[in-house]
Design a protein around this ligand. Structure first.
Ligand code: S3P
Length: 430
């Protein structure tokens, strides 16, 4: 489905964004592994999270949905072999489902096959195959790609693993596998990636110790059920933050946004660029910092970002590029090569579509050089989302400052992380 959008006069209002995708996946997984009844309040009912829910239903967790909450009777650490004809788990478009589940399947005493859609079937899996194989799991793949056949083992071999990338998906897979290991598993990464798994594992009673960029996990006999409330997703909020910052005369409040310090790099960089943005009502919900965000249209100056901050804003870079096109001066983004292996090659997608909008965005191997135009409107055009939710949402926000009409192909892919994105957007556009 394509969507047609037009330039708007301003953005204003008070909005709430849907629940955090990363936290929802983990809450479903750990509740399913716990012994007893957990509640996941305000979960994210998006396509990606539904893949995780379905997978754990197939493996013995009882998951009921009522009034926006999940009621989960866990199956315990030892799951049931999935009961569909081919013993398959279908991860759809979801990298998080496929990679995190692999860590759990690594410790089961059965074999499972994980498949995914066309996009996921092109994304690298060797990053989890390598550490999980070291722990003793047998994994065969299509040359490092899906489908994966995972033959679990219990106990797994504990190990000390140093990863050359900062990736929460690999870290989480190894930590989950560590629950089934024969000793302490240590995982170290170059920069700290999102730490929702560490926080939640602790809440479920696992022995997890964090020391700088290293995490140690000890084997668990069982996990204890929890009552979790999922905050709003900062990676969804950023689209509206961007809209308010770049559409003249705008002012917006976004309520109930998770601001975990491993996820708030976008806000830090915007503040450096001169954005009028404040975090208010800071509080803690289910071990995660949460606040309301107030943001106003701002004259911005360019800022450079590099590998030291990229993990804290990895999903926000496409929409950050849009903001940088409106700033004064040249913004350079480096150390973001991981964008090439997201739902689509986000470096190529962003560079090609922004060119169509008349912005000056040069693709690098690991980032971008953006020549900010100081707030001159873009030109509407026919654009391709490449069926990537974050590209579709970024281009939709760009259309708000683009003269004429913008058409975005396959815009329905927003359902991966933000099913009601266009409704919320419509309500704040004046
Ligand atoms: C995620 C981790 C990140 C992120 C993805 C969600 C997670 O991926 O891009 O959208 O929930 O752990 P990487 O771990 O590959 O960086």
């Amino acid at each position: 489905m394509d969507i047609k959008l037009k330039k708007v006069n301003s953005i204003s209002g008070v909005v709430e964004v849907p629940a955090d995708k990363s936290i929802t996946h983990r809450a479903v997984m750990l509740s399913s592994l716990a012994e007893g009844d957990s509640i996941v309040r305000n979960y994210l009912p998006s396509d990606d999270c539904n893949r995780t829910i379905e997978a754990f239903r197939q493996m013995g967790a009882e998951i009921k949905i009522d009034n926006g909450n999940l009621y989960i009777k866990g199956a315990g650490l030892n799951l049931k072999k999935p009961q569909d004809g081919k013993y398959n788990i279908y991860a759809g478009n979801s990298g998080t489902t496929s990679r995190l589940i692999s860590g759990i399947l690594a410790g089961q005493d059965f074999e499972t096959i994980i498949t995914g859609d066309e996009s996921l079937s092109k994304r690298p899996m060797s990053r989890i195959i390598e550490p999980l194989s070291k722990m003793g799991t047998e994994i065969s793949s299509n040359d490092g790609l899906l489908p994966l056949a995972i033959k679990g083992k219990n106990p797994l071999k504990a190990m000390n693993y140093i990863c050359d990338k900062s990736t929460a998906q690999v870290k989480s897979a190894v930590l989950f596998a560590g629950l089934y290991a024969d000793g302490a598993t240590i995982y170290t990464e170059p920069e700290k990636s999102r730490d929702h798994s560490e926080r939640m594992l602790k809440a479920f009673g696992a022995d997890v110790r964090v020391n700088g960029n290293s995490v140690t996990i000890y084997p668990a006999q069982k996990l204890l059920p929890q009552d979790i409330t999922v905050p709003g997703d900062i990676s969804s909020a950023v689209f509206f933050i961007a809209a308010a910052l770049i559409v003249p005369g705008s002012s917006l409040t976004i309520k109930n946004v998770g601001v975990n310090p491993t996820r708030d790099g976008f806000i830090d960089v915007l503040k450096r660029m001169g954005a009028e943005i404040s975090l208010i009502n800071l509080r803690e919900i289910s071990n995660e910092p949460v606040c309301d965000i107030e943001v106003k249209y701002s004259k911005l100056k360019a800022a450079n970002i590099d590998a030291s901050i990229v993990p804290r804003m990895v999903d926000e870079i496409p929409v950050f590029v849009l903001i940088a096109t409106q700033a004064e001066g040249i913004t350079k983004i480096s150390g973001a090569g991981e964008l090439k292996v997201k739902e689509t090659d986000r470096i190529a997608a962003v560079a090609s579509q922004f060119k169509k909008l008349g912005a000056q965005v040069e693709a690098l191997d690991d980032g971008f050089i953006i020549s900010g135009n100081g707030g001159i409107p873009l030109n509407g055009n026919l654009l391709d989302s490449f069926e990537d939710h974050r590209i579709a949402m970024t281009l939709s926000i760009a259309s708000l400052i683009a003269g004429g009409e913008t058409i975005i192909k396959d815009s329905n892919c927003v359902s991966i992380s933000f099913p009601n994105f266009y409704e919320v957007l419509k309500n704040i556009c004046k």
